[in-house]
Write a protein that binds this ligand. Structure first.
Ligand SMILES: Cc1cc2nc3c(=O)[nH]c(=O)nc-3n(C[C@H](O)[C@H](O)[C@H](O)COP(=O)(O)OP(=O)(O)OC[C@H]3O[C@@H](n4cnc5c(N)ncnc54)[C@H](O)[C@@H]3O)c2cc1C
Ligand code: FES
Length: 363
């Protein structure tokens, strides 16, 4: 009994001290002005210390990706720190590989500005802008998937490469949240952005997007992402996806055939049932027009007795195994749920392709 009382008293003292430390840091500690130098001085900003690097960048209109609002749960907000920033925090470790830690990669949301700091960012990120757009079309694709067109208001144009994504701002219970959504429009469409959104039950941003009506206004930043379509028309392109992974894939395929009608491209798309299938007719028509475009959809759930289906059955990686030739000069894009991506990577490895060379977005 006395032991329990002693533990209780100790925990109480620890809690009071922690709260006191937090309050005194907020009220008493002044770090003064801190200078943030980006890319060898290409951009220099001054900010009152005490805020996170993520906040400092955002307030100066440098929009690096962040999907968790700075809670260290998404791992998107990586920056390369050249000088300053203090030691790596335990909250960052799960998101950083050994190589990244050696090269100074940090999570911007976990760095508190207490001193001058020098960082390096990919040039692409410095071009990211904040956009206002108006919903011009909402179309149901399946029971849980909607296509949403956003006409840009300001800025009026977006420069993007196929497969890039934006970060939509959605109202959450504790303030705005940001979520990544791939652009499904091809690179030559610059005055609008189309999204394909799967409704996640209870999900903040997907519910907000599914409830949008024509005429509503939204805010987003972008474009983001590593996808880079090869400019060599002799390189075949392999797109494998499932669900809302269709969005970047549609952008890639439309961009390809707008520029290179002869280019070889394989599309493998996995769905559970016929109720999850969309865009198949559109791609079949494209395949008639562009003979080097090969389309394969596969259903993983068993067919009902009265259902008509001339595509594959089984998981999509099995179709890739059966239909994808070996020894191609190939560039691969994988966009779908993690188990699908892992199964496909194994198939590609067995066919002699290096899965490390593939671009992938897990969603
Ligand atoms: C690069 C990138 C591109 C993306 N592009 C698209 C896109 O084009 N279309 C699209 O619909 N989504 C896309 N996503 C996923 C999207 O960013 C959100 O994660 C998703 O919409 C859920 O957000 P939410 O706010 O609705 O759910 P949250 O409020 O974040 O989550 C609610 C609950 O659902 C769970 N959950 C979160 N995400 C998923 C998920 N994907 N599947 C199942 N359960 C989940 C959470 O664990 C939580 O329990 C993309 C993600 C990335 C990283
Ligand atoms: S913003 Fe999510 S980990 Fe930093």
């Amino acid at each position: 009994m006395t032991g329990l009382l002693a533990v209780g008293v100790n925990v109480g003292i620890f809690l009071v001290l922690s709260v006191w430390l937090l309050i005194s840091e907020k009220l008493l500690v002044r770090y003064g002005k801190c200078v943030v130098t980006i890319n060898d001085g290409a951009l220099v900003m001054e900010k009152e210390g005490g805020v996170t690097l993520l906040t400092a960048l955002y307030e100066n209109k440098v929009f690096i990706p962040s999907a968790c609002g700075g809670k260290a749960t998404c791992g998107y907000c990586k920056v390369n720190v050249i000088n300053g920033g203090g030691p790596v925090l335990p909250t960052e470790i799960p998101f950083l590989s050994r190589g990244e830690m050696r090269s100074g990669t940090r999570l911007a949301c976990q760095i508190k500005l207490k001193e001058n700091i020098e960082i390096a960012l990919p040039e692409d990120l410095l071009a990211v802008k904040e956009y206002r757009a108006k919903v011009s079309l909402v179309r149901k694709l399946t029971h849980d998937m909607k296509e949403i067109n956003l006409d840009l208001i300001e800025p009026k144009e977006i420069q993007h490469r196929p497969g890039k994504y934006i970060q939509i701002q959605a109202p959450g219970p504790d303030g705005a949240v940001f979520r990544a959504y791939s652009i499904s429009t091809p690179d030559y469409v610059k005055d609008k952005v189309q999204l394909i959104i799967r409704l996640v039950p209870g999900g903040i941003a997907s519910t907000y997007l599914h409830n949008l009506k024509e005429g509503d206004e939204v805010k987003f930043t972008g474009p983001y992402g590593e996808f880079r379509l090869s400019e060599n028309p002799d390189t075949a392109v392999l797109c494998i996806g499932g669900g809302s992974g269709m969005a970047p894939i549609a952008s890639i395929i439309d961009s390809i055939y707008n520029r290179w009608p002869e280019r070889t491209c394989y599309l493998f798309f996995g769905c559970r049932t016929t109720g999850d299938v969309f865009y198949l007719d559109r791609f079949k028509k494209m395949a008639e027009k562009y003979p080097n475009f090969k389309v394969c959809y596969a259903l993983s759930d068993p067919l009902k007795e009265d259902e008509d289906w001339d595509g594959d059955t089984g998981f999509i990686h099995l179709s890739v195994d059966k239909r994808l030739p070996k020894n191609l000069d190939l560039q691969t894009f994988l966009c779908g749920p993690p188990p699908m991506i892992e199964a496909v990577q194994e198939v590609l490895k067995n066919k002699g392709y290096n899965p490390e060379d593939a671009f992938y977005d897990k969603f």
